[in-house]
Design a protein. Structure first.
Length: 119
């Protein structure tokens, strides 16, 4: 898609929870469907939790990292995540079964080719 040097960030805990939740998360919720690409890369997929009550394969959720660190546990870094049912918990930073939910600033949306956007 050719973003070049465009800014892509990860959500932090304040953006997904509490009084500072961003508008998009307020509308679509914290749970996030897992893409086929993420599954191929090893993302965890839940068969028990779905986005918007979509019980198809397309609606299955997983978990994704937030940009905020939860700290150190037993000498290993843990990172805040949104888990498959939509709450904030921590996971080990070296787990490969998590994903990311990238965020584009509104000003960059016009740079996305309509041919590159699917559902």
């Amino acid at each position: 898609m050719g973003f070049g040097t465009k800014e892509i960030t990860l959500l932090d805990e304040k953006q997904v929870s509490g009084s500072n939740t961003i508008d998009l998360i307020e509308i679509v919720g914290k749970k996030c469907a897992v893409t086929d690409f993420a599954i191929v890369l090893g993302a965890h997929v839940s068969n028990d939790y779905h986005v918007d009550y979509n019980n198809s394969l397309k609606g299955r959720t997983g978990w994704y990292y937030l940009s905020s660190s939860a700290g150190i546990v037993r000498k290993a870094t843990v990172i805040d995540t949104i888990v498959e049912y939509g709450s904030i918990e921590w996971n080990w930073a070296n787990f490969r079964s998590g994903g990311i939910r990238p965020v584009l600033p509104f000003s960059n949306i016009s740079d996305i080719s309509p041919n590159g956007v699917k559902e």
